[in-house]
Design a protein around this ligand. Structure first.
Ligand SMILES: C[S@@+](CC[C@H](N)C(=O)[O-])C[C@H]1O[C@@H](n2cnc3c(N)ncnc32)[C@H](O)[C@@H]1O
Length: 207
């Protein structure tokens, strides 16, 4: 589904999406859009790596991907944390700003008509959101309160038969942070049916 030219852009884009998981993410989004229609929505754009995968699925199914991020980085992206990258700090303000990287990536991938940036904090955006979603991908902040707030404010927008995807789900704390696993556990308790696992990416279908 992804052209060689787009793979070149994906590989040059900063981010946190292993290739096998990106492929699985796009396939799940593609299948959901064919089954129940779009649009697709991602929480956690960063520099656009996963948005290119999902944008390809959106383009192929004639829908769009909305990708939500304040572009100031999660707690774990800030200076002093493992996932900090000084290149995404705006020298004028000293704050992270991944938006210019995202814009360049989506332009280079030729996906400006299929990927719509929503720049803001996830919860306030959700409070005024009204459109049912064929596919929801949660990959924003990984602190428990932040990840759970994303789930609580957005999962209800997934259409019946639509798909919820959660990234960085690690069942054991030795493998990674537990918040996404707690969100996955909550989703299962709420009636989402697990349908796939690729690496740390898990997908579930809404009844
Ligand atoms: C793990 S990164 C996303 C990685 C990306 N999906 C990729 O493929 O590389 C998490 C992103 O979520 C954003 N974020 C964290 N908390 C947020 C919130 N409450 N609202 C909007 N964006 C948030 C951060 O700014 C960061 O860019």
């Amino acid at each position: 589904m992804i052209s060689d030219a787009r793979w070149t852009v994906i590989r040059a884009t900063k981010g946190f999406m292993p290739e096998a998981e990106g492929i699985a993410l796009a396939e799940a989004a593609h299948a959901a859009a064919l089954a129940v229609g779009g649009p697709l929505l991602e929480i956690g754009t960063y520099c656009g790596k996963s948005a290119i995968h999902l944008g390809c699925a959106a383009e192929a199914t004639d829908t769009v991907l909305y990708t939500v991020d304040h572009h100031r980085g999660s707690e774990e992206n800030q200076a002093g944390w493992d996932h900090h990258d000084t290149e995404v700090v705006d020298p004028a303000t000293g704050r992270m700003d991944t938006l210019p990287f995202f814009r360049r990536a989506i332009e280079a991938a030729g996906l400006e008509r299929s990927v719509v940036a929503v720049i803001g904090h996830s919860v306030p955006v959700a409070r005024s959101w009204a459109t049912p979603l064929g596919f929801l991908f949660i990959d924003g902040g990984h602190a428990l309160d932040v990840a759970m707030a994303d789930y609580e404010h957005w999962a209800g927008f997934v259409k019946p038969g639509g798909t919820l995807a959660i990234h960085d789900v690690f069942e054991h704390k030795e493998e990674g942070g537990q918040a996404p696993f707690e969100v996955w556990t909550r989703a299962v308790a709420d009636g989402f049916a697990p349908i796939g696992t690729t690496g740390s990416l898990r997908t579930l279908r809404r009844a």
